[in-house]
Structures are given as structure tokens and as C-alpha cells.
Design a protein around this ligand. Structure first.
Ligand SMILES: Nc1nc2c(ncn2[C@@H]2O[C@H](COP(=O)(O)OP(=O)(O)OP(=O)(O)O)[C@@H](O)[C@H]2O)c(=O)[nH]1
Ligand SMILES: [Mg+2]
Length: 307
């Protein structure tokens, strides 16, 4: 699955215009890297959710490089900034292997995240993609908290021609996971995608519930889930960062999905996450439609911001 580069650039247009548009203006005004320039760039990066400490790394990198290279004018300064942001990404431990090259059968993907981040939508997009690749997909409706959640997943199952395993609303989510795994093994499904709740009745602990689902899945099929992905809404900024920490501690995430990047000028959050966490961003959502999901490429992301 690959967005055309143009689509990525379009999807990131808010961040691109508001952040890098402003940076271009600042460069235009200063033409060299001096203290005023650095202050202004710092402010712009922090406002776009790159975060204080990650921004500081980028600024320090610019100061160091400036001593040696003394770049002048827009082209040279932009190239340097691009290089320094690129360095933040280069330490990130994501694998070069495509997310969509699946080797196990059934390949089990568990999707978690707080409510409204885009879990169910992401599942629909993934299901459609795998289906188009000729895979049999089975969806597990483990969000038994909201009645509408099952209906929403059913719509996606129809659209993507996937099967679905569900229970009555209010049912035990781990039991649904168990049934789904058994059904997948019996029917020879290629991919199982587990939808989970973002919110529970206050008495229950969401993370405990998710851990239980994970345990059950692993019991039926050792090695599964092969991916445990946290979906974060890119528009929620630093809150999203806290979610990574909490969910990773509880569930040992294998990756992140950043949704709604199309709706925010704060796409700098991707840079902050790459810098602060070992969990790689694997997928990005750039819209509400079926094909608005793509694998995350560090190189393309940085390039797109500077278009
Ligand atoms: N613009 C945009 N909207 C998105 C994207 N992904 C999801 N959405 C929208 O976000 C809203 C919430 O999406 P859901 O998929 O229902 O979120 P959820 O995490 O399953 O929510 P709960 O089941 O309530 O926990 C919907 O209106 C989606 O259309 C995206 O990449 N871009
Ligand atoms: Mg949902």
C-alpha cells in the first residue's frame, strides 16, 4: 500500500503550510542562522507539537552545523533543517519490512486506543486492503461496550467483504476474541483484526480488559497477536504521547497508527513520537475514506513536509 507522493503532500498540507510555510518566511527574513532565527523556528516547531525536548535537539543540531557550514539563503538553510529533522527519524527502530507482508496464518492484528481515535475506521481500511490482496479477513468485534460499535464494524465488514464474529452488546470481549480466533483457525482465515473498546463502564479497567483479550488470543494461537497497534489521533498532541507510554507499558505495542494527520497543522507530533519512543509509527491515516491509510515512511514524510 503506497500513497502517491502527491497524496501524502496533500494530506499533510495543513502542517506543511502552517509550519513549513512559516519557517520559509522566517528564513526569508533572516537569510542566515542567528539567534532571532533560532528563537522563531523553535516557537514554530513547538507550536506544531514537535515538543520541547525534540525541538531542542533540532535547534542544537542547527547551532552545531551552523558553526561549520554557515548556510546562507533559503535553499541552504532549508536543506540543513531537513537534515536535522531527518536525523531524529534515523534513530527510530522501525523495520524496513513492509507492514503488509504477512507470513503467519492467521495473522492477528489487535487494534487498541482511547475512544474516538479512529480504531474502527483504521480496521475497515486495513480489511479492505487485505481483501484486495486476495486475503480472507475476519474481524472480531471486541468493542462490546457500545451497541453502535458492532454495527459500525459490520458496515466495514460488508464494505471490505470480510467476515465478522460478534456477540450481543454488553457481552464479554475476551469471549468474542476467543470465538473469533477459533473461527479463524477453523475457516482458514488469513488475517484476523481485533477491534477493541476505547472506553468502558467506569468500574472496569480498560487496560486490564485489553490485556485479557491479548492473553486469550495468545492461548488459542501462540505467537498471536502478531501486531498490537495503538491508534492515536494526531490532533490530540501531547495527550497522544501519554497514551503511547501507558498503552505500551500495559500491552507491549508493536507499532503506532497516527490518524487524522489530514486535519491538523500539528503533524510535528510524528517527529516527537519518533524521537521519544522506540515504538515505530507504522501506519498513517490521512482521511476518512477506505483508501486513506498508508504505511509510514520516514523519508517520504520529511520530504513531504518540505514540498
Ligand atoms: N479526517 C480523518 N478522520 C478520521 C481518520 N480516521 C478516522 N477518522 C474519523 O474519526 C472518527 C472516529 O473514528 P472511529 O473509527 O469510530 O474511532 P474509534 O477509535 O473506533 O472510536 P470508539 O469506537 O468510540 O473508541 C470518525 O468520524 C472517523 O471517520 C483520518 O485519518 N482522518
Ligand atoms: Mg470503534
Amino acid at each position: 500500500m503506497k500513497f502517491s507522493f502527491k497524496r501524502l503532500v496533500n494530506g499533510l498540507s495543513k502542517t506543511k503550510d502552517e509550519v513549513f510555510g512559516k519557517i520559509r518566511l522566517v528564513i526569508g527574513m533572516h537569510q542566515k542562522i542567528d539567534e532571532d532565527f533560532l528563537d522563531e523556528v523553535e516557537e514554530i516547531l513547538i507550536k506544531s507539537d514537535v515538543g520541547v525536548s525534540t525541538t531542542q535537539k533540532i535547534i542544537d543540531g542547527l547551532i552545531e552545523a551552523n558553526k561549520e557550514e554557515k548556510p546562507q539563503g533559503e535553499e541552504e538553510i532549508l536543506a540543513l533543517l531537513k537534515r536535522e529533522i531527518g536525523k531524529i527519524f534515523s534513530d527510530n527502530g522501525s523495520t524496513p519490512q513492509s507492514f503488509f507482508e504477512i507470513s503467519k496464518k492467521p495473522y492477528v492484528i489487535m487494534i487498541v486506543g482511547v475512544n474516538g481515535t479512529g480504531k474502527t475506521t483504521t480496521i475497515g481500511k486495513l480489511a479492505k486492503y487485505f481483501h484486495d490482496q486476495g486475503k480472507n479477513v475476519l474481524l472480531a468485534a471486541c468493542d462490546t461496550f457500545r451497541a453502535a460499535a458492532v454495527e459500525q464494524l459490520e458496515i466495514w465488514a460488508q464494505r471490505s467483504q470480510s467476515e465478522i464474529v460478534k456477540s450481543a452488546p454488553g457481552g464479554d470481549s475476551a469471549a468474542v476474541a476467543f470465538d473469533a480466533m477459533q473461527a479463524a483457525v477453523k475457516r482458514g482465515s488469513d488475517v484476523v483484526i481485533i477491534d477493541t473498546a476505547g472506553r468502558l463502564h467506569t468500574k472496569l479497567n480498560l487496560l486490564e480488559e485489553l490485556k485479557k483479550i491479548k492473553r486469550v488470543v495468545n492461548k488459542v494461537h501462540p505467537g498471536a497477536p502478531h501486531e498490537t497497534l495503538l491508534v492515536i489521533d494526531a490532533t490530540t498532541g501531547q495527550n497522544g504521547m501519554r497514551q503511547v507510554k501507558v498503552f505500551d507499558e500495559a500491552l507491549e505495542l508493536t507499532g503506532l497508527v497516527l490518524t487524522k494527520l489530514d486535519g491538523t497543522a500539528k503533524g510535528g507530533i510524528v517527529v516527537a513520537i519518533a524521537d521519544q519512543f522506540d515504538v515505530p509509527v507504522k501506519l498513517v491515516g490521512l482521511g476518512e475514506q477506505m483508501d486513506d491509510l498508508d504505511e509510514f515512511s520516514k523519508k517520504d514524510f520529511v520530504e513531504a513536509l518540505f514540498q
